[in-house]
Structures are given as C-alpha cells and as structure tokens.
Design a binder for this molecule. Structure first.
Ligand code: MRU
Length: 356
C-alpha cells in the first residue's frame, strides 16, 4: 500500500539487508530501519517497531535468518528461536513462523542460510496472498450491505489490523480496500485503541494515505454509535483464534462484540489461517501479554515545534495494569473471514478450512 503515494511493504530484503518501517514513530515521522542482527529483530518485535500478528511472524522468520548469519550451530539457533517466540507471547503467528523456519532448516547444514532466507520470503509472499484473498472474500459481505441499503457502509474497527500489521493489504482492512476500489462508498469508525493508539496512529494514518474516509473515536464511543444506527458492521483482526472459534485480539475487542451483539450488528473477524491455533482447546490457556504500565501512564505526541515527546498523564503514585489482549467468545462472532473462505466460528467449519 502507499505512504505519500509511494508503494511499500512493511518488511523487505534489500540486497541482503532486512528493512522495516519503524511503527513507533508513525504517524509523526516516517523512518525506515535496518535489522542487522537477531537481537535487532527481537527488540523490534518487543518494542513494537513491527507489530500485528502476521508481521511479527514475518519479522521473527527474518530474525532467524539473521541468527543463522551469526552462528549456525543448532544449539544457538534453538536458543534464538525460543527468544524470538517469547518476544511477544499472545500472537500465535510468531510461534507458527519460527516453528516453520526451524522445520525447514533442520538437517540442512550446507545451504542453511539460503534455505532460511527463501523460507522467510515465502512466508511474506504467502501472507500477502492470504491478505488479498481475505479482501476478496470479505468484499462480498460489504457489498451485500451496500446492495441492501444503497448508502455509505459504516464499518467499525479496533486496533490496527491494516497493511501495517501484515506484509501488505491487512486483514480487517483488506475487504475495505477492495470495496473502496470497486466504488462502494465506505466510512470507517476507527477506535483510538488505548494505550498505544494503534487505531489513531496507524489505522487512521493508513486509511488517510489510501483516501478512505475515516473518523477516530474514543474506545468507549462505539456502543452509542451502534445504538444510534451508525454502524453497519464491525470488522476486526485477531492475534490467535482457537479451533472453537474464540477470538483473541487487542484488548477492548470483546466489549465491542458485546455491544454489536446487543444491537444486532454483524461482528466479523478477518484473519489468515496462520492465526488459527489448533493446539489449544480453551481460551483461558491463551497467554495474555502484560505490558509496561508506562504505556498507560505516559502518552507520546508531537509539539508545535514538531518534536516528539512523552508526557506523564496519571498521578505519580497511581498503579496501572496494562493487559494487551482479550477474548471474544465465538457466540459473539458472526463469521470468520479467511483466505480460504468465510465460515462460522465453529469447530466443524474451522476444521473444514484445514482440509482444503
Ligand atoms: O499489540 P499489537 O499492535 O501487535 O496488536 C495488534 C492487533 O491486535 C491486531 O488486531 C491483530 O494483530 C491482527 S493484525 C492483522
């Protein structure tokens, strides 16, 4: 997708150097950063220079390539793969990508670096294709609302499940981009998404760059808008979805799903199959990332002199708890939009996705 009219992906290999867009600086500064070591990759994931489930999977895959460049001893790579997996615990794409890389390089000592680099690139290409297909599959859902109402389709989204969270296109945003490209009038309600403001800083930013009308709202406004008939559908991403259809996503998603359910508004979750975790049975077993309370107590912005600064907004003595994700039980989810098709969030339907 575009930034100032120029086409980008979120991570790429430029003559052997792995490059990313530093998302901690957006929307105020656009900076490209190099990942020169596995340590750089781990830090970029931890500090959220790259974030979003599919993108952190891809960054971890390149992280392993960088680890191989440092030392291709199996014990070293085992340790690095664990460090990468643990750099953020909730999004399953991270483990999925690292496990896939480790499987590919096992028993391959000679051309291990070439094999790993090729696999990391394949992971990126496949993610791009998946996101495109999520867009094609989700487009029909938006189109059917438009065909019925013949009015601008108002879509509410949470966090950033846009192209910045993937390699390109995004998950939740992909159907939006496809619909917009087909001339369907769209307007997006963008949840600000405290504390890191991925909605305001990233989703609104990327929609602006693609000229898609959008309005930022505080995280608590969606319910009222739904009651007043101003939301036609909710469309969010996921960090980990279980085989029973329970959806783990950015904290606050659950409350939006409850409000949507009460107001009979469809609640869709867009995700690639790499986000589906078939290994866990119960959502209570999903590790929920707890991040620094400083992300709540401080806020970053830009002053009149264009300096980025961080200020304290809480009483100095107050404690804060910063849980980054929550679980939306499948009964509140209308359907999952995947690269393989749209399905009900049930065991039977999800199992079928993996049979094709
Ligand atoms: O903490 P983040 O910014 O990595 O959280 C991202 C989200 O919760 C997204 O909605 C999710 O990863 C889906 S992205 C396609």
């Amino acid at each position: 997708m575009r930034i100032e009219g120029k086409q980008y992906k979120t991570i790429w290999n430029e003559n052997g150097t792995i490059k990313i867009i530093d998302q901690t600086k957006l929307p105020h500064k656009f900076e490209i950063k190099e990942l020169n070591s596995s340590h750089d990759a781990i830090n970029a994931i931890k500090n959220m220079e790259v974030r979003g489930a599919p993108l952190i999977g891809a960054a971890a895959a390149y992280g392993l390539v960088l680890a191989i460049r440092e030392n291709n001893d199996p014990e070293y790579l085992k340790k690095k793969s664990q460090d990468l997996i643990q750099s953020r615990p909730t999004a399953v794409n991270l483990k999925w990508a690292v496990d896939r890389m480790m499987k590919k390089i096992q028993n391959n000592n000679k051309e291990i670096l070439d094999i790993a680099l090729k696999e990391a690139e394949t992971i990126c290409e496949e993610d791009l294709e998946s996101c495109k297909n999520i867009g094609i599959n989700g487009l029909n859902l938006i189109k059917s609302i438009y065909d019925r109402t013949n009015k601008t389709v108002n879509i509410l989204t949470h966090c950033n499940a846009g192209w910045l969270a993937t390699i390109d296109w995004g998950t939740a945003t992909s159907p939006i981009y496809m619909a917009y490209n087909q001339g369907i009038p769209i307007h997006v309600w963008v949840d600000e998404t405290r504390p890191r403001n991925q909605g305001a800083n990233l989703t609104s930013f990327e929609l602006n760059e693609e000229c898609i009308p959008n309005t930022i709202i505080s995280d608590n406004t969606g319910g009222l808008l739904m009651q007043r008939g101003k939301v036609d559908m909710c469309l969010v991403g996921s960090d980990r979805t279980l085989s029973n259809g329970d959806v783990c996503n950015k904290v606050g998603t659950y409350l939006k799903a409850l409000a949507a359910y009460d107001n009979k508004i469809p609640f869709f979750v867009a995700l690639p199959c790499s986000t589906i975790d078939l290994s866990l049975e119960y959502s209570k077993d999903i590790p929920i990332e707890e991040r620094s309370p400083e992300e709540l107590s401080h806020i970053m912005g830009i002053d009149d002199q264009s300096n980025i600064s961080k200020i304290l907004i809480y009483p100095k003595k107050s404690k804060a708890l910063n849980l980054a994700f929550d679980i939306t039980p499948s009964k509140y989810v209308t359907a999952l939009i995947t690269e393989k098709g749209v399905c009900k969030p049930t065991k039977e339907e999800i199992r079928k996705l993996f049979q094709t």
